[in-house]
Design a protein around this ligand. Structure first.
Ligand SMILES: [Zn+2]
Length: 84
């Protein structure tokens, strides 16, 4: 099952605690489960004053910020041959 990033509209209920990003402008906002997605105070998407015409009322505009999990890096050679 492919994991597609869930997107949400203003007025949707926040499914889980976390940080969400306004898709049009990249504004981050922390929200808690049970809250309702607000309009973005940064770009006002989801309102009549929105700067992004393609993101009008009802369009998806919040997306969960997925914490970046770094892949286990190949261990750095602690005993590098390039010792000073
Ligand atoms: Zn925004």
């Amino acid at each position: 099952m492919a994991k597609t990033p869930a997107t949400f509209n203003k007025g949707d209920h926040v499914p889980e605690n976390g940080e969400y990003v306004c898709v049009p402008c990249g504004y981050h906002r922390k929200l808690q489960a049970g809250e309702v997605f607000p309009e973005c105070i940064s770009c006002m998407s989801g309102t009549d004053e929105g700067q992004h015409e393609e993101y009008i009322e009802g369009m998806e505009m919040w997306e969960k910020v997925v914490p970046i999990v770094l892949p286990p890096a190949s261990p750095l050679p602690l005993h590098s041959s390039k010792l000073k």
